[in-house]
Design a protein around this ligand. Sequence first.
Ligand code: CA
Length: 363
Amino acid sequence: MSVKRRDFLKKFSLGAATLSTVLARPSVVNAQSKAQKFNLKLTTTWPPKTAILQEAAERFSKMVRVASGGRLRIKVFAGGELIPALGAFDAVSQGNIQMGVGSPYYWAGKVPAAQFFGSMPFGMNAQQFNAWMISGGGQQLWEEIYKPFNLVPFQFGNTGVQTGGWFKKEIKSAADLKGLKIRAPGLGGKVLAKAGANVVLLPGSEVYTSLERGAVDAAEWIGPYHDEKLGLHRAAKFCYYPGWQEPSSNLELTINSKAWGSLPKDLQAIVKAAAADCSNWTLSRSEAENGAALSRLRTKHKVIVQKFPTEVLKILKGHRDSVISELVKADPLSAKVEKAYRNFSEEVQKWSEISEESYSQTR
Ligand code: CA
């Protein structure tokens, strides 16, 4: 080969290599980020095998894995398996684990304003709450209050309106609530305490035994399906409605902000879409199972399913107002969120009155 030809080839190949590097750079980068795999861990706050709630976390993990072609894998743990159930907030906040699933009201002691994103006694129902979150500014406020804790929150389901609780004795008037030992968490518990009840906080695992043995006189849990699974109908014969204490229990997925920021945009979009899907799935599954379970409670288990007396509900609602006004006075962030929640709630409720509620009464 002549020197000239060798030089030419050398120059050409160099030039070609440079050219190809320049042309291919975006796709090389793209291919590199697509080849990068992410392995994250998620802890829930639910006991292992909790129907619907723990299933939703497993479903989320599977959806993300399939949609990302295996680039993002999320290993799911139940409450207590890796992190104590109520340690999820701190563990995700500190980055000891990347994701957590639970209820915002569990963190009332750390972030009082989080309670507005869990459940508000006599507050919005799931449809109204979702409207506030998705289209009424609720999500942005939620992100704002979790930001100082390095948490990025997503909606992760809703129980819908819950049952009002299981009582061993009939509630005929507000006087029957005085001294009543009842398991009731969150703001609903505070409202009952104002009504004179002796409110006890018990984890889900202890609710049935405590009611069955008479350590408590009453207990609220979730809805017909979960209540039946826990066996509450074997421990008390009165099941009251409506679940004024939790008319819409919004559940959350929180992601450590550093872990979230490390994900490429397409994986973030997959996580977002999967969380939204699981959120809808949880509410829909609950609705479907609650219908069937209510029917079993009434016919098979001979439970007395009845409504709280109107007078009792009215008194409880009054106590709710006092609980909220105390919360708002003590915490400026709660005041800000409460104002936004109330404004949206009052307006959307006017519409619901002539839409859902009116229709429901006529069908
Ligand atoms: Ca409940």
